[in-house]
Structures are given as C-alpha cells and as structure tokens.
Design a protein around this ligand. Structure first.
Ligand code: ARG
Length: 552
C-alpha cells in the first residue's frame, strides 16, 4: 500500500500522500485489481473529466513501468493496480514472519492506567460489570501489545454510606452464620430489608449515617464489620476473575482514598471552586449545564466524587500516566476546572447495555442478572456439546471453560462497545457463526495440521509462486493488515476491530484450507509454502484470541 502511495504521489503532484492514502481503495472483487485509485476528486484540480484523468495517469504509470505491478489498468474513473503476485506474496510472508509481528513501539516508555470492572462491594457482580471487565481487559492486552506499560486498576466501590446502612441492617436482622453461608446474597437481602424498614422509620437512616461517620473516623468495630463484608465480596469477585482468566495490578477501591480526600478539598479551595450550600460543600457546575458536584457532606464525610478525584490525583502522582482510561460512562468535569492540563488525557470509554433476547435468561431474584451464572451456563452448554460430539475428549472441563468463556467474551466484543449486547445462546455458541467458538475452532483446525507434520521452521526457502492463487492471496492480504488493526483498535478504544479481524482471517483461512490440499499435497514445494503460510496464520489467530482475552 505504501509503495503504491509513493508511486501515485510521484505521478500526482497536486495531492499529498495523506490525501492519496485516504482515497486508495481495496476493490471488493479481485478482478478489479488488488488496489484501486478513484480519480473523481482530481477533476477540480485538473479541470478534466475523472475518466480522462484516470486514463492519462494509467498510461503515464505504465510508461514508467514499475516492477511491483503485474499490470495497471484503467476502468472508468479508476486506476486498477494488479500486483506482481509472487513478489507480493514474498513481501507479505517476510513482513508477517517476524517474532514480534503486530507488536508496536509507539507505547514504549509510556504508561496507561485503565480503570475497569470496579464492582460495588456487598452487591452482586452483574452483567454490566461483566462488560466493563471484558472491554477493559481487552484494552489492557491491546495497549500492552503496542508497548505501553499498563496499570490495571480495579476501583472497587468499597466505601460510602451504604456500608453504614449495611452495618445497621446486620446488627438488627443479620447473623454471622447466614452471612458466612450465603455471602453477598445475604448482604443484599439485609440491605433490601433496611430500605423497606427505613421507609417506615427514618431514624434508621440517621443511624446509618452515624455508622458511616464512625467508619470515616476509624472506629474499630465499624471497620472490622466493613472489612469482613469486603473480604466476603472479594472472594466472590476473585472467583469470577479466575473463571474469566483475568487479573488486576491494583484492587485500590474507594476506601483506599478515604484518607486522601483532604487534598481534593484543599486544591478546590485554593482555586476558589468550593461553595458552601446548606452546610455541605459543592462545586457548582451550572455554567456547564450539569448538576453541582457534592464534595463534602454536612457531617464532614466524603462522597464518591471526592474519592474519585482523590484517586485521580494519586494515580497521576504515582504512575505519572500518559493516559487514564475509564471504562465507564462517567465524566470528569471538576478536574478540568482545577486547571490541570492533563485532564485531556482522561478518556471515558462508555459501553452499551446487556439485554436478553426473549427475556429467557433466568434471574435469581427478579431483575439482577448475575455474571457468574451466565458464565457457568455458557460453560455447561459447551460441556453438553462436547459430551454429544466428542465424549472422549481429554481435559473436557478446561476446554469447556475456555470455549464457554470465549463465547461470552467474543459476543461482548464483536460490536462497537456503545451498542447493546444481546444474549442469544444459539448465536453465541454457534461454531459456524461469527463467534468465539468459530475462531477457536479455526485455530484448532490449523493446530491439528502441525500435530500431524510437526512444527515448521521459519523462515523457509519457499517458492512464492505457490502462494499466488486467489484464496491464498486473500488470506495473505488479511494477515498483513494486523498491525494497522491493532493500532486502530487502540486509538478508538474499540476491541471489536480485533474481533472482526479475527473472523475475517478465520473465514479466509477456512476458504484457503477448503480449496487447498495440504497434507495430501505431493508436490513438496507446494506443501512447504502452504505450511509456512499456515504457521503464520496460526500465530495471528492466536494473538487475536489473546488480545480479546480468551484462550486459543
Ligand atoms: N463502582 C462503580 C460502579 O459500579 C464504577 C467505578 C468506576 N471507576 C471510577 N473511578 N469511578 O458503577
């Protein structure tokens, strides 16, 4: 592509390389060439009909004769480039065959913080948190691939008045045994009860506020109950992360910043941003059509936003990030008002909701849909499929987990993240659709070839002319896009680009595999070429799967 851009720019002085690059197309049909350049935009500059311009430029390029082309043909307003296939195949094979293919260097020496997952302690990990977890984890993989140092931060919701309520509820209606036995479910139950009772008796709310103030003041009893609730919740969360095969560098939740909020208050006062309102302290945001940001309550206790700001100041100081990505829909206005220029490096990465097709997914208590339940359901369903189709498969449990989790992750990542995710088990688990299992299946197919012939040493001396038929060329062209795709996925915070690419590679691979005899090929030169290509395709598929967060 770059070579064609160079050639075009030699021949069209009126356009710069960027304009040429933006216009250069890959035709849908291969009989229109490997690349096509439309001349419509040149009509104004040349004051000629686009067809004529295309005809003249084609003649000019042909006259100079570039050896990277098989032929250059004019059709209508287009210049169609047909590449010299053998040279092209060689070029791509050599580019793809590097140990760090797809690996970028743009992130070297730079740090990115990603704040994701971040469930609320004493509440169930629901499908919404599953989305931020899956998207955040894939962004971590993608940024790492580009050379960034990534800090994976789980900003647990583990501080706030809700814990005051929980303590009151526990003391009134809870029991140690029940909490130990039922974990978060029990905490949710007494929390709901608290709200029901508080409607009748407002003094419960006062008691809850008092308990939270005690927590903020370091009261031993309050803190030990809170810590216990937190530990119980973390056991459940960590079980889910383990199932997903994911991890974090920091579980620094809101409570971690409880002794760091005074800095926020001081800085806001320095900048004269804090206003007293009914005994509380707020930052008014009327100028931005936003509700005021509450910083300190009447009783002096902090709130979510205060701790969020404290977290940001801490992260900037501790990690000196070049970028801090929030996989949530929330926006940071106050930090901008504080006058830090690095507020521009805060990125909010919102995502759509999860909905259930046919509303069939069972929920345990009405409207909350538990992530863990969905994950187990996926794993079980895959297990059933394996029992039916391949009952003697060794390591069935682990394969079920890998494929089940892959199915869920892929479904989450296959569309732009702002789109809603729809759960439809038949679609998610379909081995022939655009799914995780399909990509894993393709990878496994590829791997089975090498199980039979053994690994292939690369670079191999190959006759590149064996890699020039359409199916092979299409696969090659796809592979060479990989670094660009990774970069774009990072720039746009869109893992779906990797997912789409993986399906495209898988489809091109399967077409190639279907049309080509590989193991039965008698011509050794051909076989060698195919196996070399297969080695590279396998590696790209494996990397894609890894970037999405599941296992090949
Ligand atoms: N705990 C919050 C929730 O469940 C998400 C926290 C996101 N991170 C942050 N720094 N505010 O919605």
């Amino acid at each position: 592509k770059n070579k064609i851009i160079d050639i075009l720019s030699e021949n069209i002085e009126q356009l710069d390389k960027e304009e040429i690059a933006a216009a250069l197309e890959i035709p849908k049909k291969t009989d229109m060439g490997d690349f096509a350049f439309p001349c419509f935009k040149l009509a104004k500059v040349f004051r000629k009909a686009p067809n004529m311009i295309a005809e003249e430029l084609t003649a000019q390029i042909n006259e100079k004769g570039y050896d990277i082309f098989d032929k250059v043909v004019n059709v209508g307003a287009y210049i169609n480039f047909f590449l010299a296939k053998e040279a092209f195949a060689k070029e791509i094979m050599n580019t793809v065959d590097t140990p760090d293919f797809g690996q970028g260097t743009e992130g070297e020496g730079k740090t990115v913080c990603i704040d994701y997952s971040s469930p609320n302690v004493a509440k169930n990990f629901h499908v919404g948190h599953l989305r931020t977890t899956i998207i955040g984890n894939s962004l971590y993989k993608i940024y790492s691939k580009l050379g960034y140092h990534v800090e994976r931060i789980n900003h647990l919701g583990d501080w706030g008045t809700q814990f005051g309520k929980l303590i009151v509820a526990y003391k009134k209606w809870g029991s140690k045994e029940a909490v130990e036995e039922n974990g978060i479910d029990e905490l949710m139950k007494i929390y709901v009860k608290f709200h029901q009772e508080a409607e009748k008796d407002d003094s419960l709310n006062d008691q809850a506020r008092e308990w939270f103030v005690k927590m903020e003041q370091g009261d031993e009893e309050a803190l030990s109950i809170w810590q216990w609730f937190k530990d119980i919740s973390l056991v459940e969360y960590k079980r889910i992360y383990k199932l997903l095969g994911m991890d974090f560098d920091h579980f620094t939740g809101e409570s971690f910043y409880r002794d760091k909020t005074h800095e926020v208050v001081e800085k806001l006062q320095e900048k004269d941003l804090l206003v007293e309102s009914e005994g509380a302290h707020i930052v008014p945001l009327d100028d931005y059509d936003m509700a005021p940001c509450l910083i300190m309550k009447k009783d002096g206790s902090s709130i979510y936003a205060t701790r969020d700001l404290a977290a940001l100041l801490y992260r900037k100081r501790t990690y000196n990030f070049d970028k801090c990505i929030y996989v949530t829909g929330l926006e940071q206005k106050v930090i901008e008002l504080l006058g830090y220029d690095w507020y521009q490096n805060l990125v909010h990465v919102p995502y759509g909701l999860v909905s259930m097709e046919g509303g069939k997914l069972s929920t345990r208590n009405g409207n909350v849909i538990y992530a863990e339940q969905i994950l187990h359901e996926a794993i079980e369903k895959i297990h059933e499929i394996i029992n039916e189709k391949n009952p003697d498969l060794p390591n069935k449990e682990e394969v079920s987990r890998q494929v089940g989790i892959g199915a869920i992750l892929f479904n989450d990542l296959y569309n732009q993240r702002i789109k809603d995710v729809i759960f439809n088990w038949d679609k998610i688990l379909n081995f022939d659709g655009e799914t995780g299992p399909y990509v894993q299946y393709t990878y496994a197919r590829c791997a089975s070839v090498f199980r039979k012939v053994g690994a292939v040493e690369l670079p191999a001396e190959i006759d590149y002319s064996v890699l020039t038929d359409d199916a092979t060329m299409n696969l090659l062209k796809d592979l060479t896009r990989f670094p660009e795709v990774i970069k774009e996925a990072a720039d746009k915070y869109e893992p779906f680009m990797i997912a789409r690419f993986a399906v495209s590679v898988a489809q091109h691979f399967n077409k190639f595999y279907h049309e080509t005899k590989i193991l039965a090929e008698e011509d050794e030169e051909k076989k060698k070429g195919y196996l070399a290509l297969l080695t590279l395709a396998k590696k790209v598929l494996e990397t894609c799967i890894d970037l999405l967060g599941f296992t090949a």
